[in-house]
Ligand binder design. Structure first.
Ligand SMILES: Nc1ncnc2c1ncn2[C@@H]1O[C@H](COP(=O)(O)OP(=O)(O)OP(=O)(O)O)[C@@H](O)[C@H]1O
Ligand SMILES: [Mg+2]
Length: 334
């Protein structure tokens, strides 16, 4: 069972992820663009690409020194992002974890921030000792510099973990001066170190989530394709619009449909409603309901550590590219 940091890809898997033909791999090696290692798998020795080698390849490609390539010299459209929904259980933590791991695979320097005392993003990133570590509570209440709460979880991927203590932040945070700006100011101090900063939020209209709405440039609202989740969307969008007005802060918004099942009429209906009511904001990519995502959660790794060819891996790839590189869009009702 490979943890994210120990991931290793076959030539075919790497070629698929890099959107190149596998026959190009020896060429890339001879150009010094790609490093590979030999690993014994069963009785055969195979050429493999480690996570760090893959990141090195994408960083080199994005440097712009090699002409037009897939994943060319683009930085994310929005550096500071959050996954959000006041409704619980829509898949925020699962998609945040998969997104930050996929973005790190692409060679981006990523910081994940867990803003939920349940600590599910923390666990999904295979950190099991968060009860002993500082969290955003220490940053916002005890003035700990954010850099002192950051830990490394894998090459190219850092985390500010969460633990149960974070559930007690609302009252002390409420009493702090400039409470909604504290998180934004803390993030700004370390933002230069990263290409992408992504927070997972708690399922409530909390001050902590409000602080992240002030800090973020893009809000990714995860909506499960069921009627109650759809029903809650008007409240979510109203909350975002209210924050924009109150803090004079323009946010781009994406709605990511999750747990889609094309065999269920109700799933199709909800997706249709989301697309017609929020035509500008609903992502093209849809995350299907998939056992691979549950398995990845159980194993605390990426879907690429479970099944590189599955629907979940394709869905997470498409979502990641869309959330990283899509043009700017504010809230737009259909
Ligand atoms: N596309 C999917 N297919 C199958 N299972 C999924 C999918 N998305 C999420 N899940 C599962 O749904 C459950 C809830 O997901 P998750 O914890 O990510 O939701 P959440 O919105 O973060 O919840 P909370 O509001 O409590 O923070 C998890 O067991 C997760 O593995
Ligand atoms: Mg969660």
């Amino acid at each position: 069972m490979a943890s994210f940091r120990d991931l290793c890809f076959t030539s075919v898997e790497f070629a698929n992820l890099a959107k190149i033909d596998r026959t190009q791999i020896p060429v890339l090696e001879s150009q010094g663009l790609l490093k590979t290692v030999k690993r014994k798998i069963g009785s055969a020795e195979r050429k493999m690409v480690t996570l760090e080698d893959m990141q090195g390849y994408f960083r080199e490609i994005r440097s712009g020194r090699h002409g037009d390539q897939p994943f060319g010299p683009k930085n994310p459209t929005h550096k500071i992002q959050m996954f959000y929904n006041v409704k619980g259980g829509t898949g925020k933590s699962t998609l945040t974890a998969q997104y930050v791991m996929k973005a790190a695979m692409l060679g981006l320097r990523v910081l994940a921030i867990d803003l939920d005392g349940q600590g599910h993003l923390t666990v999904n990133l295979d950190v099991l000792d968060a009860h002993e570590r500082p969290t955003v509570y220490d940053v916002l209440i005890n003035d700990l510099p954010l850099c002192d709460a950051i830990m490394n979880v894998a090459p190219g991927l850092d985390l500010v973990p969460a633990n149960l203590g974070l559930c007690n932040i609302e009252i002390p945070l409420n009493n702090k001066a400039r409470r909604e700006y504290r998180l934004s100011e803390a993030i700004q101090k370390i933002a230069d170190r990263y290409d992408l900063i992504v927070a997972d939020t708690n399922p409530a209209a909390s001050i902590l989530n409000g602080s992240m709405l002030v800090a973020a440039q893009l809000v990714n609202v995860v909506c499960a394709t069921n009627p109650l989740s759809f029903h809650g969307m008007s409240l979510v969008m109203a909350t975002i619009e209210e924050m924009e007005r109150e803090f004079k802060h323009d946010l781009d918004v994406r709605i990511v449909p999750n747990m889609y099942d094309n065999r269920e009429v109700i799933s199709q209906e909800v997706l249709g409603e989301l697309r017609s009511q929020f035509p500008e904001n609903c992502t093209q990519s849809v995350i299907n309901r998939s056992a691979d995502l549950n398995e990845a959660t159980k194993r605390r790794t990426t879907v690429w550590g479970v099944n590189t060819k599955g629907v979940a891996a394709q869905d997470i790839s498409a979502m990641t590219e869309e959330l990283l590189f899509a043009p700017e869009k504010g809230i737009n009702h259909g």
